[in-house]
Every structure is written in structure tokens, then in C-alpha cells.
Design a protein around this ligand. Structure first.
Ligand code: UD1
Length: 429
């Protein structure tokens, strides 16, 4: 099975081919992992469908087994059945540290047991990623939160509802507070809540389990607690970031790709920017056709949903490096998300960074290079850069890409890309 923490494989990419054809996409990584965690709250089985075949999923299954859930995962079929048995508040540290999303167990454990102890998780290294907003929200609900020695412990014998106003619409904090609040004593209001489609997917599944949540998709979530949550079968929402990545890969290679299983309405700003860059985008009811022949510069600013997603910023930078003119890109969500730019510049891109602003002059001729140390999205962007570069690009540390993109290499191959997965040992031989 794929390992989200290390890989001895690399992707070898040879540039110059336009992507052509159809790609059918998976359920959203950032939803599936939280839906799995929400099973902690259930009085009975939860069956999830369209679970993506990514490396974080089996690790999350291990985290949940350690907490006391029975987990039956068929990753090829995209089906995961979870049932709480003897749920206990301490999550296994080794599995927890391997994925950032294991932090999503905090809220449901506190909701169900009034107690949680979790090692502070790993995941992408793209910023401070503190948990102060999670902690402050839980404290407002009567919990005592202690962070010590790489662990967070939450004790909340009298978990009551509260009005929580988040300083920033954090995805993870909104989800944890929501999952704690559905079984708290008394109503909770989360103000300045995150509105990402994956947060909405979680809230809707909780409602299908019997939770009472108003304002889903708005900045104010109102939660009336219930005594128990009932079994549910739920289909993970489509992965808008995966769809955006393929759309940008199609556009930057001057290709023509039909992307299936995507809600275009969740990609409003990325599609607006692609169109402004001269890309033809046709929206179907659950599909997108993206066709490009020449790109022009556009300005992009990342913001919480419905703003331009930070998770598409590195891919957009690759696209802008090939656009005629000067583009500006501002990163507002994760402070170190420009680290990928160093690699792109090494390949020949003309990018100037000033704090959280980048100036990109294009089009630049990219040359193949060996790229490493990238996170999940930067890894995908590195592959995209390889698709348009002269010669051969080798992307190392592909475990990052495996964490977020199901069947990445075969899907790109099916679209005509010259890409293969080889072991690093074979490459060096
Ligand atoms: C989730 C997504 C990630 C995406 C991000 C923003 C998952 C598994 N990951 O991450 O792919 O890039 O949303 O859309 O769903 N922050 C604090 N204190 C906190 C919490 C967050 O300062 O207590 C800061 C973070 O350092 C960051 C910003 O808030 O700068 C956004 O973080 P958040 O929205 O919480 O992202 P995640 O849930 O970690």
C-alpha cells in the first residue's frame, strides 16, 4: 500500500505533449478523511462511498482502529465501512503523526467521550498550522485544553454549547467544533465559519445522521445538539482541487480534456481566472471541458472559500509561468506556500517573490530538472511543470502526491502524458 510519509519511487516526466481525452475523478481527500473521523460520533455503522484511493485514507483507518472503531476499507472500490466499538480517547501516536487530518478526531472524541488525547499531527509543511483556533473554540464550550510534549489533551466533562467567533475561517477548526457541538449540552453558534464544500459535505452527512445544523454553506453555523447520531451511507463529494489541477494541466499543455465528476459551481473563481487567461471552459452538469491554445496573464489572490483556493496556487503558478505578460499572485492562507517557486525558477520560470506576493513574467521556457521536497499540491505542480518543460523532469518525494491524488500517473498517461512511476534505484542505476 502507498505510504504517505516516504516513497522510494519517483515520477519521470518528459514534456511536450498536450493532454487530450477524458478523466473521471475521485471523491475529495479533504472530505473523505473528515467523514471517516465523524464515524466516531455514530451509534452504529457508517458506510462511505467514493472514498479516494490516496495514501492518507488507510492511515486514517489505522488511527480510527486505534481509537476503537472497526474499519473495513476497500480502497480499490472506494468503500469504507466504519463502526465504533469500544471508543477510547487516546489515539495511536505513530499513525496520528503521519497525517495532519488525524487532528479531525479531536472534535468527535470530545463530543462523544468529553475527553481526547492526540499527538500533534504531521502532514504538509506549509506554514505554522497551529491549533489555537481549535483550542479557543473548545475552551469556549467548557473544555480544558493542554498542549504539552507534542500532544494535545482536551478534557470537557461539562461540554456546553457556546457562541464561538473564529478569528479566521479555519477549515479544521470549523469541522472540529462542529463535530464536538452536535453532541454537546446546549446550542452552539460558530461565526466566521469556513464554507468550503468539504465542510458542507461533513455538515450534510451529520444532518443525514440526525444532527440539527442550520446555515450550512454560510459563515454562521447554528447547531442544536442531539442525544445520538444514527447510521448512514454517504457518498463523498467530488474533489474540486483534483479537478482544478487537471483543468490547469490541460490548459498549460495546450490540451483538450473532459473532466468528469466535478461540480463546476465549486470552482467559480479558478474557472473565472482560467477564462480570463484565455482558456475555453465548458461546464456540464457534472463535467468540465477545458481547452487551451495560448495563455495570457491574470492576477490571482488566494482566500478562504469561495475565494481562489490556496490548494490550487502552485498549479496556477505553473500555468502563469507559461502565460504571455506579467501576472501577480498573492498567497493569503499559508505563509510558506511559495516554497515551490524556488523549484520552478530552477526550471527557468521568471518569478519574483516579495513577502506573500509573487510577480510572474511569461512565457518562460522551462527545462527539465530533478524536483524534491514538495508538498502534495506543489508535487502536482512539479509534474505539471515537467509536462511543459524541455527534456526530462524527475519528481522525487512522490509520497506527497500519493497523499492527495488517486491514480495520478495512470490518469495522466490515459490523457497522453509521457510520465511513468519508477523506483529511484532504477533511475540512479
Ligand atoms: C485544510 C485543508 C488544506 C487546505 C486548507 C485551507 C484538510 C485536510 N486540509 O487545512 O488542504 O489548504 O484547509 O483551505 O482539509 N490556523 C491557525 N490556527 C488554527 C488553525 C489554522 O492559525 O487553529 C491557520 C493556519 O496556519 C493557516 C490558516 O489558518 O494559515 C488556514 O488553516 P485551516 O483553514 O485550518 O486549514 P487546515 O484545516 O489545516
Amino acid at each position: 500500500m502507498l505510504d504517505p510519509t516516504s516513497s522510494t519511487d519517483v515520477f519521470r516526466v518528459r514534456g511536450g505533449r498536450a493532454l487530450q481525452g477524458t478523466v473521471h475523478l475521485s471523491g475529495a481527500k479533504n472530505s473523505a478523511l473528515k467523514l471517516m473521523a465523524a464515524a466516531i460520533l455514530c451509534d452504529g455503522p457508517v458506510e462511505l462511498r467514493e472514498v479516494p484511493a490516496i495514501a492518507d485514507v488507510p492511515v486514517m483507518a489505522d488511527v480510527l482502529r486505534g481509537i476503537g472503531l472497526e474499519v473495513d476499507l476497500d480502497i480499490e472500490a472506494g468503500v469504507c465501512r466504519l463502526e465504533p466499538r469500544r471508543v477510547q480517547p487516546v489515539a495511536p501516536a505513530d499513525a496520528v503523526r503521519r497525517i495532519r487530518a488525524s487532528l479531525s478526531c479531536l472534535g468527535p472524541l470530545v463530543g462523544r467521550l468529553r475527553h481526547a488525547r492526540l499527538a500533534l499531527p504531521g502532514g504538509d509543511r506549509i506554514g505554522a498550522r497551529t491549533i489555537d483556533l481549535h483550542a479557543r473554540g473548545l475552551e469556549a464550550m467548557g473544555a480544558t485544553v493542554t498542549v504539552d510534549n507534542g500532544e494535545v489533551e482536551v478534557v470537557a466533562p461539562d461540554l456546553h454549547g457556546a457562541l464561538v467567533t473564529l478569528d479566521f475561517p479555519s477549515v479544521g477548526a470549523t469541522e472540529n467544533l462542529l463535530m464536538a457541538a452536535v453532541l454537546a449540552d446546549g446550542p452552539t453558534v460558530i461565526d466566521n465559519a469556513a464554507r468550503e464544500p468539504e465542510v458542507q459535505d461533513l455538515a450534510r452527512m451529520l444532518v443525514a445522521m440526525g444532527a440539527r445544523i442550520e446555515g450550512i454553506g454560510s459563515p454562521t453555523l447554528e447547531i442544536d445538539p442531539v442525544d445520538r447520531l444514527a447510521p448512514v451511507t454517504w457518498e463523498t463529494c467530488p474533489d474540486r482541487i483534483e479537478a482544478g489541477t487537471y483543468a490547469m494541466a490541460a490548459a498549460v499543455t495546450g490540451g483538450d480534456v473532459l473532466i468528469e465528476r466535478v461540480n463546476a459551481s465549486e470552482l467559480t473563481l479558478p474557472l473565472l481566472k482560467l477564462r480570463a487567461a484565455g482558456v475555453l471552459v465548458e461546464e456540464g452538469s457534472h463535467s468540465l471541458r477545458v481547452k487551451a491554445d495560448g495563455l495570457s496573464s491574470v492576477d490571482v489572490v488566494t482566500l478562504p472559500y469561495p475565494g481562489f483556493p490556496t490548494d490550487l496556487q502552485p498549479q496556477m503558478m505553473v500555468l502563469l509561468s507559461q502565460a504571455h505578460g506579467t501576472s501577480r499572485c498573492t498567497e493569503n492562507v499559508f505563509e510558506s506556500r511559495f516554497s515551490f517557486v524556488r523549484e520552478l525558477v530552477r526550471m527557468g520560470a521568471d518569478v519574483e517573490i516579495d513577502g506573500h506576493h509573487a510577480l510572474i513574467r511569461g512565457p518562460a521556457r522551462l527545462s527539465g530538472a530533478t524536483l524534491s521536497g514538495l508538498d502534495v499540491r506543489a508535487g502536482a505542480a512539479g509534474v505539471m511543470a515537467g509536462l511543459v518543460a524541455d527534456g526530462e523532469t524527475v519528481v522525487r518525494d512522490v509520497h506527497h502526491i500519493d497523499r492527495g491524488y488517486a491514480w495520478f500517473v495512470p490518469r495522466l498517461q490515459a490523457l497522453g502524458a509521457d510520465i511513468e512511476r519508477v523506483s529511484a534505484a532504477d533511475l540512479d542505476a
